[in-house]
Design a protein around this ligand. Sequence first.
Ligand code: HEC
Length: 175
Amino acid sequence: MTPEDERRSTRWEVYALGALAIFIVIFGLSDLAGWTGSGRSQWPAEFESNGERIYFTGTSESGQAIRSFGGNQHNLMMRGNACVACHGADREGDRLFMSFWQSAPAITPEALAGDHGDDGHAHDAYDQASLSRALADGVRPDGSTIGADMPRWQLSGADMQDLVTYLLPDSTDEH
Ligand code: HEC
């Protein structure tokens, strides 16, 4: 390479880094402005159940904040410590803040209880008991471990029951 070639390739590296930086900034701003699924504009005006309140606020009816361990720290810092921060207002899943190449899966009743080998997340169907276990211990019904980006949750028995009833009502026979 001539010195001229070398200067040119260095310049391209600078351009590429600059473009990457701009991309990250734009992604971050759109996220903060609430344009993504966890945006407040998509929240219900009022919570219809304690479970729904926990999903959106991470705080139960009694005013008690639920406790969590681990999980994707960028996401928890920027979007708060509630399910909605990662799984989105519609529970269809969402990209993780900063680690936007990773995402939290859909946790709709269909996704949890249905058979859905088509989305790359094949697992045994959840019921309320196995869902409680997954939230507390990070273990799926088939015994596999849920990744470390998902926090582990410590809720009172009643709050856990309310949460899993909200996520997986008994009436999941629509599909
Ligand atoms: C910091 C982000 C984050 C928060 C907050 C979070 N999750 Fe997750 N969750 C994830 C990620 C990422 C995964 C997928 C991990 C993996 O790939 O194994 C996941 C997986 C799950 C799964 C397993 C789904 C499956 O396909 O087996 C369930 C169920 C779940 N989350 C429910 C919840 C509930 C309920 C809450 C609130 C109490 C919550 N999550 C809060 C990021 C989060």
